[in-house]
Design a binder for this molecule. Structure first.
Ligand code: PMP
Ligand code: GLN
Length: 378
């Protein structure tokens, strides 16, 4: 058959996790915690199953869960999203992103995204006939250059995709970044997809600049979020999309034929669990401690780093160690040293000279200690 994605192969996350298993390496590559979620949440899931919530959820999701999400957004960002018409529960953020793109991108539309970019954006755009227009983020800050964005907008531009906190760099969009984006989106009548999966993993008391906080921007934005990141349960594949009513109506037209609805008992459990804000409000401090622990352990190593400002990822610059390309260095680190990481050049980046590897620090202290000991020896 003629491939619809001729330039894609198996994702780097699958590739590196398989390689880690094959060589029995410590897996700091694919982003997921190696500790369990809150036992209280597990009890709520089994209770929901025992109570018989094992049939289809409503197409847009459990209404109590949507109400709790609406309350959370209002409390944190001062914006009201109607749970009936503006919030849909999805199979992870991945399905929310795919659905938002499927519902809006026509053949020939251009979509601006910032590279390095999380791997699922570009193929989703390509599948629906859109053209990806990359705007490169430059180290060490990885902050967006809005003049380049302005110059990248054409008559065909339909959407801008943003991701803050940013995977893989840990960069955060500032309030000013969001205002610049708002101005460009309004002036050019663009849609925005704001991938906010790491919304609660922010360090040094910074504020998450959700698109929901900027009313003119929010009117044209799909916000996507992931319970997997927030509740240490990436394997549940649960997330949601929040968007204005006109956009959400189109989103649901696709969602209903894509999955129809998602895991009912987990939605019931999450609705109860979300009553308590303490878990997600404490998540930044929880992961900051892990970030700081890893940084302290790596002191004196030949890897250089700028502390991540958000997400559970840290980039490591290896220019002092070798000039080899990041894909081959990451392979060698896995096979010869027993630590698996993610080479950043595979995030659709234009700059193939990046000498940066991404490590995930959502790991127990013991794992971080073992990994850091090896990395220090290189
Ligand atoms: N966006 C970004 C930036 C991510 O890092 C991830 C997960 N790695 C996702 C989306 C997908 O989230 P989910 O696992 O909920 O589908
Ligand atoms: N989001 C995770 C990461 O960036 C991976 C998820 C996946 O494997 N698709 O590592």
């Amino acid at each position: 058959i003629t491939s619809k994605l001729p330039n894609n192969t198996t994702t780097i996350f699958t590739t590196m996790s398989l390689m880690a298993a094959k060589y029995n390496a410590i897996n700091l590559s694919q982003g997921f915690p190696n500790f369990n979620c809150d036992p209280k949440l597990l009890v709520l899931v089994s209770k929901a199953m025992e109570e018989g919530h094992n049939q289809y959820a409503p197409m847009p999701g459990d209404i109590l869960l949507r109400e709790r999400i609406s309350q959370k957004i209002e409390t944190l960002h001062g914006a009201f999203y109607n749970p009936e018409t503006q919030i849909t529960i999805t199979a992870g953020a991945t399905q929310a992103i795919f659905t938002a793109i499927a519902a809006t991108i026509h053949k020939g539309d251009e979509v601006i995204l910032f590279t390095p970019a999380y791997d699922c954006y570009a193929p989703s755009v390509t599948l629906f006939g859109g053209k990806v227009v990359p705007v490169q983020l430059q180290p060490p800050s990885y902050s967006p250059d809005w003049m380049t964005v302005r110059n990248s907008v054409s008559e065909k531009t339909k959407m801008i995709i943003i991701n803050s906190p940013h995977n893989p760099s840990g960069m955060l969009f500032s309030e000013n970044d969001m205002l610049q984006l708002q101005e460009i989106a309004e002036k050019n009548n663009l849609l925005v997809l704001s991938d906010e999966v790491y919304e609660h993993i922010i360090f040094e008391d910074a504020t998450h600049q959700s698109a929901a906080r900027f009313s003119a921007l929010a009117k044209r934005t799909f916000i996507t979020a992931s319970f997997g990141k927030t509740f240490h349960a990436t394997g549940w594949k649960m997330g949601y999309c929040a968007a204005p009513e006109n956009l959400m109506a189109e989103f649901r037209k696709v969602h209903q034929y894509n999955v129809f609805s998602v895991n009912n008992p987990i939605q019931k459990a999450l609705a109860t669990y979300l009553k308590d804000a303490s878990h997600y409000n404490g998540l930044g401090a929880f992961y900051q401690q892990k970030r700081d622990y890893l940084i302290a352990l790596l002191k004196g190593s030949r890897f250089k780093l700028q502390p991540s400002k958000g997400t559970y990822f840290q980039l490591l610059d290896y220019t002092e160690i070798t000039q080899e390309a990041d894909v081959s260095f990451a392979e060698r680190l896995t096979k010869e040293y027993g630590v698996a990481t993610i080479p950043t050049s595979v995030f659709n980046t234009e700059n193939k000279d990046f000498k940066q590897l991404r490590v995930c620090f959502a790991k127990t202290e013991e794992t971080l200690e073992k990994a850091a000991e090896i990395l220090k020896s290189i």
